[in-house]
Design a binder for this molecule. Structure first.
Ligand code: NAD
Length: 358
């Protein structure tokens, strides 16, 4: 039976992940495929129990599984640990590198019911519908880094191989082909050599996709364009650090970071997680928005298990709940019907009944 390793992690991770699993189990009841879920420790919780953010047993289970479903890791309790031992570095970067998850996919779509939840004007965001592809295993975050004495200094190396650029850019073209056939490659080719190389490789790969319109944009301009006129974008592809920053920015276009799902892929194998962190400020209070995690579950059914109908049922159920006016605190305006983490998940499960599998 196909297996998913479930890693709730820390903070709100332990609240939102079990709720998303309930939604997945509800939708899988009628699915043509049975999936086994197996829970393991990761992050600060694993440090406390086993002394390591990514214990061997967890890593081995993730390597064997078809997919990994993660909540979030980290929190103030572990912030003072040396960088290589911290949950964010040891667990997240360790998982991405070992599983070879080179492509992070984040859909950013404005749901009509949430237009007013965005901090930007309705006319700017109402038709936003884009996918941001971020390279995830290269660049500055994985390059050589260190400190020097006399005078004291620090360095991080940004490097990309041709293969690393080509595979993510190809995925960008393939994704654009399935959508509106527009790909925007974001770099800083006026200053950075890695970016000039990125652009050369992208232009060469573009020869295989004459039906896709390719544009290049400097990252500083891309940040500005994302808030000025975000509807111009269909698919964005960019390197690791630029993508890290731009995806958080883009998350606000659709109302809240609590809505943003993500998939990190290496072929069909994937790690699925909400784009937000462990939110220690609201953890343990049943306040977290579970929808980004629930929507990450839908992405897992689609990308790893090919269960498109089930993925759509979840997405339709989420849309319906929001259209009915239900909100978690992060999305709510005065007078809205505010639900807790569990109650919002109950509402999604109930809404699934409106969309029987066809
Ligand atoms: P965060 O995303 O955890 O929180 C930022 C803000 O958004 C907070 O005010 C939080 O309450 C709110 N928020 C986040 N998710 C929400 C949700 N589902 N519902 C409602 N509100 C939500 O980012 P941060 O505060 O910078 O980081 C907190 C911890 O999480 C740190 O230890 C950080 O290193 C870690 N982190 C982990 C990941 C991950 O596991 N992938 C990603 C980012 C940050």
């Amino acid at each position: 039976m196909p297996k998913v390793v479930v890693l709730p992690g820390d903070g709100i991770g332990v609240e939102i992940v079990p709720q998303a699993i309930r939604v997945l189990q509800a939708v899988l009841k009628d699915a043509p495929l049975k999936i086994e879920f197996e829970e393991h420790l990761v992050g600060g919780a694993a440090i406390d129990a086993l002394g390591k953010a990514l214990p061997e047993a967890t890593l081995a289970a993730c390597q064997e599984a078809d997919a990994v479903f993660l909540g979030a890791v980290g929190g103030p309790k572990w912030d003072s640990l040396p960088a290589p031992e911290r949950p964010e570095t040891a667990a997240l970067l360790g998982l991405r590198k070992t599983l070879g998850l080179y492509a992070n996919i984040r859909p950013v779509r404005m749901l009509p019911a949430l237009v007013d939840a965005s901090t930007l004007k309705k006319e700017v965001v109402e038709h936003v519908d884009m996918v941001v592809l971020r390279e995830l295993t290269g660049g500055l975050y994985f390059g050589d880094k260190g400190r020097k004495e006399n005078p004291p200094s620090a360095y991080d190396v940004m490097a990309y191989t041709e293969e690393e650029v080509e595979r993510i850019v190809r995925l960008g073209f393939e994704t654009a082909r399935m959508r509106h056939k527009k790909l925007c490659s974001v770099d800083k080719a006026n200053v950075i050599e890695t970016s000039r190389f990125w652009r050369e490789v992208t232009n060469r790969v573009a020869g295989d996709y004459p039906d896709v319109e390719l544009t290049h944009m400097y990252v500083d301009n891309a940040a500005m364009q994302l808030v000025r006129y975000p509807e111009q974008f269909d698919v964005i592809v960019t390197e690791n650090m630029f993508g890290d920053i731009l995806t958080d920015l883009a998350s606000m276009l659709s109302g809240s970071i609590g809505m943003m799902a993500s998939a990190s892929l290496n072929g069909k194998k994937g790690l699925y997680e909400p784009a937000h962190g462990s939110a220690p400020d609201i953890a343990g209070k049943n306040l977290a928005n579970p929808l980004a995690t629930i929507l990450s579950g839908a992405m897992m059914l689609r990308y790893t298990f090919g269960l498109e109908a089930e993925a759509l049922r979840i997405e339709q159920a989420v849309t319906t709940v929001l259209e009915k006016g239900y909100r978690t605190g992060d999305l709510a305006k005065p007078g809205d019907k505010v639900l807790g983490t569990k109650e919002m998940s109950d509402a999604v499960i109930k809404s699934l009944e409106l969309f029987p599998r066809v």
